[in-house]
Design a protein around this ligand. Sequence first.
Ligand code: AMP
Length: 307
Amino acid sequence: MKPDSPLLVVGSVALDSVETPFGKAENVLGGSGTFFSAAASLLTPVQLVGVVGSDYPMDQLSALAKRGVDLAGVEQAEGSSFRWRGRYRHDLNSAETIETHLGVFSHFSPKIPAQFKSAPFVFLANIDPRLQLDVLRQVNKPKLVACDTMNFWIESRRADLVELLKHVDLITVNDGEARQLTEKANLVRAAKWILERGPRYVIIKKGEHGAFMFTKESVFFAPAYPLESVFDPTGAGDSFAGGFMGHLARTGDISEANMRRAMIYGAALGSFAVEKFSIERLLEVKPADIAKRVAEFKQLVAFETEI
Ligand code: AMP
């Protein structure tokens, strides 16, 4: 596969209102597609598909366009934008959803522009699994399809989600979602349960405790970067996925060795995302910052055996 292959993402483009122990933000740029694109575009060109309402501050998305995110698939529909309101208390690993307002998202039917249909890398970010399945009907045999989800969809669209598993190569979930989806408390068993239903790779994220990547034959662990201050964890998972998929698309290599490297890019991008509200920090980061953080990860886990 060629390096710098197009990376297609379909996800939510939202207005988030977030409260953390360190401050509040109202109606800032958010959404799974937005965070993913902001992170992945630091590594490779991105094609974003999503929907916003007539109230969306489109000018703010231009920062993403400048960074190589093709917005041709972002539809502006009549009505109000998708809004998510969440809160984090002292445990910054779990968000408490206060309100999910679907708005134009409830009638959204993704239309993949013709020029996006042959992207070899596809990420179905956290949206309704029915829409994720609909996207797969429109694309031309991608080399790698990955998806994400969350408790909201595990509760309301379980059967569709289990159907989706048959059609993806990889899924990313956090530990709570893995337990909820599989009804297994043990994460190794949870990963096995998912692997038996379709994907070849299962990534289980554990917030500040890192992330595991399981296959039927192997387990790999990537730590989280030990940040001194986490400001707002919103979007960490989507930015992790953006770093992961961005690295794969940039290198065009889907060997397991490169997937392991991609886990570190994921962890690096996730760690930048949480340093400020919204996508603010991701917009400041330069390729050299990423290279530095990836090198620090190497140090973080390097050790020698006694023999
Ligand atoms: P993360 O913290 O990476 O899991 O994702 C946070 C983002 O997910 C926020 O910016 C929200 O706008 C978005 N989000 C929250 N709930 C949903 C949902 N039900 N469907 C799609 N996106 C959502």
